[in-house]
Design a protein around this ligand. Structure first.
Ligand code: ADP
Length: 823
């Protein structure tokens, strides 16, 4: 399994792209710097090369001109000497002399002697480069003439007589002995000879070599350019060169755009020592820019290739990473699911308090869960290994049986196993364990592995033992039978009830213990057992061992836990005694009812018959009063009055008693009576008293629709008594307030009559409902003490109840319940 935070460790490196871009930028920068450095190097090399070439050429020209100067000096010296001595020499000799010297210096086409006026004198024979040159008018002649210090002066380039070549005139001053100017020795040098000299050093391709004079005129150029014939400063030399020359610079490097071909050049300007001549050696930038560009392109391509490759690789890596992340995410989801399944399984098994095990039959290796170890009192992380774990802990009596059973199941085709075994707990005692397993087989049916649970049955065994004790010790008879009624197990109480022994009863059918199908109650009980799996309570008789019968009440339930036929569990109540008591009770009730009826009859007859003599006593007392009052003294009159009053009271008592005895003589009243109608009638009967006392009576609207099951006359009498009492027992300090409310509670209307009268002490709450019980003397409140007894009788006769709640000094509430009448 993956550790939970694996994705954390495998997070895509966000910095990868940034790092690659940084490296790419560095590579590009490096390439740019390389290219730039290459350019600088190449430019420097071009400069160095121009400097070197100009140096070599300057030396060469210096050397060459030195040579020329030496020859011209010799001639000049000779001319001066000749002029001072003989004056006239043989022209042929002179010419030969000049020619001899001319040949000594390569390149010179002619040497002539020019007199002080500038006329051309003897000249070397052969070539006639300069016939008719107006030497005397040339600036270089004037330079030599006017400057006695001047030795060798090179003229500006001039065209030869054919106009095809350009010539340089090199003159040397002839100083006569007295210091006079004696003319010049002039050598003619074709300019292209110099250019030929440049070629000797094999200048690099693209290199331009120019020899310029101080006026910036081209004297010679390599390679030769026709357009430069007669070119002057304004067309060929750059302002830069001129500026440098004017600044007196003898050697300097500069860059400028050529006016000739419009190309930028790197040039080196160098003065020829001792001569107003300058070399300008230049290399067109293009010469080194081209290879530089090629090189730069190569470097650029390599860099671009690297960048492209790195970006491609990064993209590939990131893509690969994204795929890996997706795969890891999927793995994590799967992993979480597996974990939650495993946790759920573990929790489920823990909830069931079961251990589990997994046995690889082929390798004979076994894994057991921590709970398995815990169950046997070991460290939950005990080591796992072979099935010896349980073998070594099995009870010696169980082990062979269990081994056999396992071997049998493995050899069979069965896929499940269920075995009970006792395993030794770490504490030394044995635990009853239920092993249930599932067997995994290959195609050929060979058992490969077996996994399952181990359940500790200790608690179940304990409960079983408790239940057995309850079964055995119960005072109620109990038994367990096969569905056909054969007794499997029976307790002492039942054995006692039927007077049989356990051995006699076990395995036999006790007739009547299970209801049999048929008519009547027993048949119905049987149906109930078959359809609902239970019967009873059901009264029947069981045969007693002594031949008699025992009346019993049976209850039974069919226990079919494992889908088999199951067994029936029956409770047997011996009701012999109950029957006897019941019978006695019925006899007593009957007797009581009879004596009650007699009493009521007696009370009725007595009160009815008593009124007759009483009426006679009252009648004669009235006669006595009317006729003899004038003749007897006042005491006698008073006695008569007392006697009359006593007779009246007795009459009231008898009437009340008559009322009382009448109630209950009829059957239970069944009319639907409106409660408000009964109350209304009572109020009307009490109208005088209500008015006198100024009472207010409020009847709750809840009672408007209230109807109860009863006798309208008796109910009127009930409410009349209650409201009458409320008026009678009023507090003299306040007018009576009477409220009647009601609510349905269960099957009854609960109706309350409350007042604000004098109230009743709680001690008398019961007493006041008894016959003749009064709390006051006649002088305080008139009455017979029968009213509330009548009320109770009426209410109870209607199947209700009456009681009182009161706070002395504040008031009382009488509550009656009466059965709700069906609508
Ligand atoms: P009588 O009213 O004729 O005395 P009752 O049986 O009606 O007889 O009442 C019994 C006694 O209960 C009365 O004497 C009286 O003390 C008490 N009693 C009844 N109703 C009330 C009431 N509403 N408030 C206070 N006391 C009462």
């Amino acid at each position: 399994m993956l550790p939970p935070a694996i994705s954390h460790h495998l997070r895509r490196p966000r910095w990868l792209l940034a790092a690659v871009v940084l490296i790419d930028l560095m590579v590009v920068g490096l390439a740019a710097v390389t290219i730039e450095l290459d350019l600088t190097g190449r430019r420097q090399a071009a400069q160095d090369s121009a400097r070197m070439v100009s140096g070599i050429l300057a030396d060469e020209i210096d050397h060459y001109l030195g040579h020329v100067s030496l020859e011209l000096q010799t001639i000049a010296d000779e001319a001066a000497r000749r002029d001072a001595g003989t004056k006239a020499s043989d022209p042929t000799t002179v010419t030969a002399f000049l020619d001899r010297h001319r040949r000594r210096v390569a390149g010179l086409s002619e040497i002539s002697l020019i007199d002080a006026e500038g006329r051309v004198g003897p000249t070397t024979s052969g070539a006639r480069d300069s016939p008719n040159l107006p030497v005397g008018q040339l600036a270089f002649f004037a330079d030599l003439r006017d400057n006695s210090a001047a030795e060798l002066v090179v003229s500006r380039p001039i065209a030869d007589p054919t106009g095809q070549r350009r010539l340089l005139l090199i003159g040397h001053r002839i100083d006569l002995p007295e210091g006079r100017f004696g003319g010049i020795v002039m050598a003619v040098l074709p300019a292209d000879y110099l250019a030929g000299l440049f070629a000797v050093i094999h200048p690099e391709r693209g290199m331009h070599i120019s020899l310029l004079n101080r006026q910036m005129e081209f004297i010679a150029r390599y390679p030769a350019v026709a357009a430069m014939e007669g070119a002057s400063i304004s067309t060929a030399a750059s302002d830069e060169s001129r500026a440098l020359i004017e600044a007196g610079q003898e050697a300097a490097s500069f860059r400028a755009v050529s006016r000739l071909d419009g190309q930028p050049r790197t040039s080196f300007l160098r003065k020829v020592p001792g001569q107003p001549l300058y070399f300008n050696v230049g290399t067109a930038d293009e010469t080194y820019l081209k290879p530089w560009r090629a090189e730069g392109t190569r470097v650029g391509l390599v860099a671009a290739g690297f960048v492209a490759l790195s970006l491609l690789l990064t993209w590939a890596v990131r893509r690969n990473w994204a795929e890996r992340e997706a795969a890891i995410a999927a793995m994590e989801v799967a992993h979480a699911e597996i974990r939650s399944h495993a946790e759920r399984l573990d929790m489920a098994l823990r909830g069931a308090n079961d251990g589990w095990w997994d046995w690889d039959i082929l390798l004979d290796e076994m894994y057991v869960s921590p709970r398995w170890w815990e169950m046997l009192g070991h460290d939950p992380h005990g080591t796992c290994g072979s099935p010896d774990m349980w073998r070594s802990r099995a009870h010696p009596d169980d082990q062979p049986r269990v081994e056999d059973e396992i071997a049998r199941v493995i050899a069979s085709e069965r896929t499940t196993l269920q075995i009970e075994i006792r395993l030794r707990h770490a504490g030394g005692h044995y635990l009853p364990i239920l092993m249930r397993g599932y067997i995994l087989r290959d195609f050929s049916g060979r058992a490969l592995r077996m996994s399952g649970t181990s359940t500790d049955l200790t608690e179940i065994r304990r409960v079983e033992a408790t239940l057995q004790a309850m079964f055995d010790l119960s005072p109620l008879g109990k038994c367990r039978t096969e569905p056909d009624g054969r007794i499997l197990d029976v307790n002492a109480a039942l054995l006692n009830t039927v007077g049989a022994s356990r051995t006699a009863l076990t395995g036999t059918v006790l007739p009547g213990i299970i209801p049999q199908s048929g008519d009547g109650e027993e048949g119905r009980q049987r149906e109930q057992l078959d359809s609902e799996g239970a019967f009873g309570p059901f009264e029947t008789t069981l045969p007693h061992a002594d031949g008699g019968e025992v009346p019993v009440r049976l209850r039974g339930v069919w226990i079919r836990a494992d889908g088999g036929p199951g067994s029936i569990y029956i409770i047997v109540e011996d009701i012999t005694e109950e029957r006897t008591v019941l019978r006695a009770l019925e006899d007593r009730t009957r007797d009581l009812a009879r004596s009650n009826a007699d009493l009521e009859q007696f009370a009725y007859v007595a009160s009815h018959d008593l009124r007759e003599p009483l009426r006679m006593v009252s009648g004669f007392l009235g006669l006595l009063e009317r006729r003899y009052t004038p003749n007897i003294d006042s005491e006698g009159v008073q006695f008569i009055a007392f006697a009359k009053e006593g007779a009246q009271r007795m009459d009231r008592l008898i009437l009340d008693l008559l009322d009382f005895s009448r109630i209950g003589r009829t059957g239970t009243p069944q009319d639907s009576v409106s409660v408000t109608a009964a109350i209304g009638q009572a109020i009307r009967n009490l109208a005088v008293g209500i008015e006198e006392s100024g009472a207010e009576i409020a009847i709750a609207p809840a009672l408007d629709e209230a109807r109860v099951c009863g006798d309208p006359v008796q109910l009127t009498s009930l409410f009349q008594n209650l409201i009458g009492n409320a008026l009678k027992y009023r507090d003299p300090t306040r007018p009576p307030r009477i409220g009647v409310t009601g609510q349905i509670v269960g099957i009854h209307w609960e109706i309350s009559v409350s007042d604000n009268g004098i109230g009743i002490e709680p001690d008398y709450f019961d007493r006041i409902f008894r016959l003749f019980q009064r709390l006051h003397t006649r002088e305080q409140f008139d009455g017979t003490g029968i009213g509330l007894a009548v009320c109770r009788k009426i209410v109870e006769h209607h199947g209700g109840r009456i009681w009182v709640e009161s706070i002395p000094g504040e008031g009382s509430t009488f509550i009656v319940t009466l059965p709700v009448a069906d609508a």
